[in-house]
Write a protein that binds this ligand. Structure first.
Ligand SMILES: Nc1ncnc2c1ncn2[C@@H]1O[C@H](COP(=O)(O)OP(=O)(O)OP(=O)(O)O)[C@@H](O)[C@H]1O
Length: 261
């Protein structure tokens, strides 16, 4: 479904080039929910921008359902951390959700159906007429998620979407993502700094090395499909997976001297 092959990204710079990503290869199956973790600065955002067609890799390819990604694909949506900056404050919630649908040239009635369904799915149908600044941070992020879902993406990319919300809201949003992922049969690639979040959410956790970056490990999450914030996180297997990934990232964060990439 989503194939990243031999991706390298070098940024030009005044003080020399920065090789942000050295050689990334991985694939996501249709309908898979995978999380991506790695040490700070390892190139997670760079990777997502290349997958979303917002930036070209220096070498390597991204393919979506067999088609090369050379610009933003029509069936992909991205949710960023900074919900405050991604919503237009002068547009009501519904108009924010429907805005990308105008690019798809959908008729007004279809836009309304899709925004109704998406706002209902994130529990904000009563706030369709509100402005984003009248909502809490967690609610604004749900608007951003509703906007992504209304677009009917086959693939949803999420770049640390819950980093700026409080712990309880974050837990609620994590459960919301798993619910929406199942309901809308999307493929989801979820980037996070939070190892517990990656294990709780994912069917798989891809661990990136420090820069210049490769995929250091690909960990299947063999927890039950029905997850619960208290009982799942309390399982022995959850602790084992968390420890394994934590150790990988700690090793990845060590100075690269003596390491072979
Ligand atoms: N536009 C740019 N020009 C030059 N170097 C860049 C540019 N953008 C990112 N980099 C460098 O590329 C590397 C990867 O950056 P990126 O933001 O993708 O990492 P990240 O894993 O998302 O970071 P974080 O964990 O802090 O969110 C870093 O060394 C960064 O300094």
């Amino acid at each position: 479904m989503l194939d990243v092959t031999g991706m390298q990204k070098i940024y030009p710079g005044q003080h020399g080039e920065v090789e942000a990503i050295r050689d990334l290869t991985f694939s996501l199956d249709d309908g898979e929910l995978a999380c991506l973790v790695g040490p700070s600065g390892c190139g997670k955002t760079t990777l997502l921008k290349c997958i979303a067609g917002l930036m070209r890799p220096t070498s390597g390819t991204v393919e979506l359902a067999g088609n090369a990604v050379t610009g933003p694909p029509p069936d992909m949506a991205v949710v960023f951390q900074e919900y405050g900056r991604s919503l237009f404050p002068w547009l009501r919630v519904r108009d924010n959700v429907e805005l990308p649908l105008k690019e798809k040239r959908l008729a007004k009635q279809r836009r309304r159906e899709l925004s109704d369904e998406a706002l209902e799915a994130v529990g904000l149908h009563k706030f369709a007429g509100a402005y984003p600044w009248q909502l809490s941070g967690g609610m604004q992020q749900r608007v951003a998620i509703a906007r992504a879902i209304a677009y009917e993406p086959r693939v949803m990319l999420m770049d640390e979407p819950f980093a700026a919300v409080d712990a309880q809201t974050r837990a609620d949003l994590e459960d919301l993502i798993r619910t929406l992922w199942k309901r809308f049969n999307m493929t989801v690639l979820f980037v996070t700094h939070d190892i517990d979040e990656a294990v709780y959410l994912g069917q798989r956790v891809l661990v990136m090395s420090s820069s210049p970056t490769i995929i250091q490990d690909d960990v299947p999450v063999d927890l039950a499909d029905e997850r619960d914030q208290i009982s799942t996180r309390g399982e022995h297997r959850f602790a084992e997976l968390r420890s394994r990934i934590y150790a990988e990232i700690r090793n990845a964060s060590q100075p690269a001297a003596g390491k072979t990439a």
